[in-house]
Ligand binder design. Structure first.
Ligand code: GLY
Ligand code: MN
Ligand code: MN
Length: 441
C-alpha cells in the first residue's frame, strides 16, 4: 500500500544535515538499496538502505536521493530520482510512486526518473565543492557517479580544476543516527517490546524433540503477529553446543532435554531493530554446570548495566564484563593465571571472544564512532546500545572438565542512555534463573 503522507522527521533530518555550517557548498548523494536476485527472476525481500530511508522515507529500489546546495547560497534542494510508473510492471509487482508521488508524498523539491540521472546529476554539481557519497558499496553505482563527475569536469571547459572531491557521508549521518529522537525511541520501544514478548513466549513454547527451525518459525510468527514486518537480522536458534558458534544460522537440529538453547533474535519495527539474546533450558531446569556458567554471565551483565550511564564508556563496560567472566572462569577451574594478564594477552577470548555491546538502531550493528579523538567515547543521553556478555566452552576444549564442554550462554539486552542513567528497553524478557525455571515448570 502506498503512503499518502510522511511525518516531518525525514525533512527535519535533511535540514539538520544541510544546516551544518561546514557543509555549505556540499552535495550529498545516496543510492537506494539494490534488489538482489536469489533465482534467475526472483529477488530476495527488499529492504531500503538505512541512510536512504533515514533521510527520505522512500522505500523503493532503483532510486537516488540528492541533496544539492540551493542557487545563490539559498536553501538546499532535495531531488529524488525514481522508477517511472509502468502499468505492466505494476500489475506484477505493485504500485509505484513515480515522479508525481515522489513530489506529492515525499515533499522533495524536484523528482526525475532514474534514467535521467546521468544527464541531470552533473547539472546539479555547479557551485558544489565537495560530494558526499559512499564509495565501494556497489561498482555500477560508483561507475555512474565517477562518470558524472568526469562529465561535469569536462563541461567546465579548460578550468584546470580537478575532479570534485568525494567524502564518505557516514560519519556525519552516524552522528545524527547515534542520538535517537523521541520519535525514534518510540519505534525502538515497539521493536523491543515485540521482541521481549516473543522471547517470553518462546521460553514457554520450547520442548525437547522440537527442531531449532520450528522455534525460528515461532519467532517469525510472533514478530509478524505483533506488527513487525521482518527480523532485524537472521535469528540464531542454537540448541546445546551450537550456542558456542557465535553467529550460528543453520537452525536445523533437534532440541534435546538437558541442553540449553540460546536464542538471539530481534524484531524490526518502523526500520528500527531490537537485539535480544536469552539462554534457557530446553527442558525444565538448568543443570549444575549450566547454572554455574549462567549465573556468571548474568552477574557480569547486571554489573555492566549498573555501570552504564552518561559519562561511562563501552570500553570500560567491556573491560568490566571481561574481568567478571575471567574471575568466574578462574574460580570454576576453567582457567589458570591472573585476571589482568588473561585479559591483556587476549587469552580471555578462549571463553569470551566477542565485545560486550554495539550501537543499536536502524541497523543491528548501527553506525557510530566508538572512539573520539583516540579516546573511548563517553555515553550520552539518547544513545542506544546492547549489553551482551557471553561465555562459551567449546565442545572440543579438552582442557575444560567434560561437564562444561559445549555450554554456551549469552544474555543480551537493549539499553537507552537517559539524562540520569539508563533504561533497559528489553526488561520484559525474563533472565533471572528462578523466573525462567518457574515459567517452564
Ligand atoms: N545479533 C547479533 C549481535 O548480537 O550482535
Ligand atoms: Mn548484539
Ligand atoms: Mn544479538
Amino acid at each position: 500500500m502506498l503512503l499518502t503522507s510522511l511525518p516531518s522527521s525525514f525533512k527535519n533530518r535533511r535540514d539538520a544535515l544541510m544546516k551544518k555550517p561546514e557543509e555549505s557548498g556540499s552535495a550529498f548523494l545516496f543510492p537506494a538499496a539494490k534488489e538482489v536476485l536469489r533465482n534467475p527472476d526472483v529477488t530476495y525481500p527488499f529492504r531500503q538502505e538505512s541512510n536512504f530511508q533515514y533521510l527520505s522515507g522512500f522505500e523503493e529500489p532503483e532510486a537516488w536521493l540528492l541533496l544539492a546546495p540551493g542557487s545563490k547560497g539559498g536553501a538546499y534542494r532535495t531531488i529524488l530520482f525514481v522508477r517511472h510508473r509502468d502499468p505492466v510492471m505494476e500489475i506484477w509487482e505493485g504500485e509505484r510512486y513515480g515522479t508525481e508521488g515522489a513530489l506529492k508524498v515525499f515533499g522533495v523539491d524536484e523528482a526525475y526518473t532514474i534514467d535521467e540521472f546521468s544527464k541531470r546529476f552533473p547539472e546539479f554539481l555547479k557551485g558544489v565543492d565537495r560530494l558526499f557519497y559512499r564509495m565501494n558499496l556497489d561498482e555500477s553505482d560508483d561507475r555512474e557517479v565517477l562518470g558524472a563527475l568526469e562529465k561535469f569536469r569536462r563541461s567546465q571547459g579548460r578550468s584546470g580544476k580537478p575532479l570534485l572531491a568525494i567524502s564518505d557521508p557516514n560519519e556525519l549521518i552516524a552522528e545524527m543516527r547515534l542520538f535517537k529522537s523521541s520519535e525514534e525511541i518510540e519505534l525502538m520501544r515497539r521493536a523491543c517490546d515485540i521482541t521481549a514478548k516473543t522471547h517470553l513466549a518462546l521460553m514457554k513454547e520450547v520442548r525437547p524433540g522440537m527442531n531449532e527451525y520450528e522455534m525460528e518459525a515461532f519467532i517469525d510468527y510472533q514478530f509478524r503477529k505483533q506488527g513487525s514486518p521482518r527480523v532485524g537480522y537472521g535469528s540464531i536458534v542454537a540448541g546445546g553446543k551450537n550456542a558456542c558458534c557465535l553467529h550460528y544460522r543453520a537452525n536445523n537440529e533437534v532440541l534435546k532435554d538437558g541442553d540449553l538453547i540460546l536464542v538471539d533474535a530481534g524484531a524490526e519495527f518502523g526500520y528500527y531493530t531490537s537485539d535480544i539474546t536469552r539462554t534457557f533450558p530446553v527442558g525444565k531446569e538448568f543443570s549444575k554446570t549450566q547454572a554455574a556458567i549462567y549465573d556468571l554471565v548474568l552477574k557480569s551483565q547486571l554489573e555492566c548495566i549498573a555501570m552504564a550511564k552518561p559519562g561511562a564508556t563501552m570500553a570500560a563496560i567491556h573491560r568490566h564484563a571481561s574481568e567478571v567472566l575471567v574471575e568466574g572462569a578462574l574460580s570454576l577451574g576453567l582457567m589458570k593465571g591472573k585476571v589482568d594478564e588473561i585479559i591483556t594477552s587476549g587469552k580471555v577470548k578462549q571463553f569470551y571472544p566477542h565485545g560486550t555491546g554495539h550501537w543499536l538502531g536502524m541497523d543491528v550493528h548501527d553506525i557510530g564512532l566508538y572512539q573520539l579523538n583516540g579516546e573511548p567515547r563517553k555515553l550520552e543521553a539518547g544513545m542506544m546500545f546492547t549489553i551482551e556478555p557471553g561465555f562459551y566452552v567449546q565442545p572440543d576444549d579438552l582442557h575444560a572438565p567434560a561437564e562444561y564442554r559445549g555450554i554456551g550462554v549469552r544474555i543480551e539486552d537493549d539499553v537507552l542512555v537517559t539524562k540520569t542513567g539508563l533504561e533497559v528497553m528489553t526488561a520484559g524478557a525474563p533472565k533471572a534463573r528462578a523466573e525462567i525455571e518457574a515459567l517452564k515448570s
